[in-house]
Design a protein around this ligand. Sequence first.
Ligand SMILES: Cc1ncc(COP(=O)(O)O)c(C=O)c1O
Length: 381
Amino acid sequence: MSFDSTPRDSASHLPPSGRTLTAHVDLGQLVRNHTSLRRAAPGLGLLAVVKADAYGHGAGPVARALEASGIDGFCVATLDEALELRAVDVRGPILVFEGEAPEALPVAAAHAIDLTVVSAEHLAALAPGLQKHDVSVHLKLDTGMGRSGILLDELGGCLDLIRALPGRVRGVMSQFSASEEPEGRSIRLQRQRFQGALAQLRDAGIVAPMVHHGNSAACLRGFSEGDTHARCGIALYGLSEVDEARQAGLQPILELSAEVTRSVRIAEGTPVGYSSSFVAPRALRLVTLNCGYADGFSRALANRAWVGYRGESFPVVGNLSMDMLTVALPEEVVVRTGERMTLLSRNPLDPNSVQNTARLLGTIPYEVTCALNRRVLRHHF
Ligand SMILES: Cc1ncc(COP(=O)(O)O)c(C=O)c1O
């Protein structure tokens, strides 16, 4: 996205401090991604994964926009995140992924929040409370992810407890460990194990209305066949990197930008920033933006990242500070304070796209947007 497409009304929500570092989130594109995902996986219910503040995109506005466009429910990591959604009037089903303690049951019941059972031990701990409190649970089965869920060889020993919870088991779920990778042994094996466990539950008279194994990549690549739902996060945010996401037309929805707070001409040999890791090789225009590692913009991007300005990319130079970074432009480029520069672009091909920034950092797009913290203003449009 070019500089000119940055929303002009962003100043209206700024606090008096005038800090301008803003994540602009296009809710219209979010809804279009939702529609495209439905088209790519017809017949499958979609649960939007909006944990970690909707991967940094702002959980409240994102969830409300998705709810208005007909999403089937939401997933979050913690009970607090679920309560934050209820506090902003999100009314749809919400599932908490982390294994909440039995003490959470009254709150979950009061706010119609579903809980995940993350182990056989957790099931035993929750079971007495589930007799008293009207809370639905999703039984998570560990089919090969190896970090959460009832182990399949423990499932037989859980059947009596589960049968004693009539009406409480709303879902049976699992998680793929490698749904982005070409379909191989691990996906086939996990699907077989899941089907086997569902049959074991069925034989014991336990049938849940919801069955969900897949995330965005699994949903896009058809690994959710036979399930009722998929749990999708990254695809809704337009940052899934599987080919099928491109084919489905999913587009990023977040752009990060800030206003220039200083624009000066510096002479050849001028040191820039902590430890003078950059020294101007010639006369330059040096621009300062109030964006630093305390905002979640990694210090590892120093002397490596790119910033967009009027359709061109310019390098971040010098060490990134806690609250500021500096950008070098040719001496003759006129930049005024108050002009906006783009730190994370929505165009996947730009050097400062979320995807390319993740590549520079040796990480995944999820981490780049999740890192943007509360100090970053959110502007939803
Ligand atoms: C249990 C579970 N399901 C689904 C998702 C969504 O994954 P994705 O964002 O790749 O769609 C996550 C994300 O971390 C998750 O932890």
